[in-house]
Design a protein around this ligand. Structure first.
Ligand code: FES
Length: 115
């Protein structure tokens, strides 16, 4: 599973997503890149991007509650770290992708793996 904390930035191609102003603190933004649903979170001014599909049974993670830096799947309650995509609570046992994020001249960019 792609986890940006384990990759060199040269292994990702950055794609422009939206103006930072469209994702204020506490909000979410849903996008699809190359058929992959991705949800972006603005948590206290920091932007994070993770896959929007729960690895337990394909639940819509981006609709889940956020506690600290974990998102809780609205279907059966699995928990994932928004920073890394790491699974933090059952019933899911497989991590989700976590993507590197950059803000360049007021625009949010996500790094998509090219390896
Ligand atoms: Fe996410 Fe079941 S689909 S916990």
């Amino acid at each position: 599973m792609f986890n940006y904390t384990q990759y060199n930035e040269s292994q990702a191609e950055f794609v422009e997503i939206a103006p930072l102003a469209e994702l204020p603190p506490g909000q979410r933004l849903f996008v699809e890149i190359e058929g992959q649903p991705i949800v972006l979170f603005n948590i206290a001014g920091q932007i994070f991007a993770i896959g929007d599909v729960c690895t337990h049974d394909n639940g819509p993670l981006g609709d889940g509650e956020v506690e600290d830096h974990e998102v809780i799947c609205p279907r059966h309650g699995a928990r994932f770290d928004i920073h890394t995509g790491k699974v933090m609570g059952l019933p899911a046992v497989v991590d989700i992708p976590a993507y590197p994020v950059r803000v360049v001249e007021g625009m949010i960019h996500i790094g998509i793996p090219n390896v």
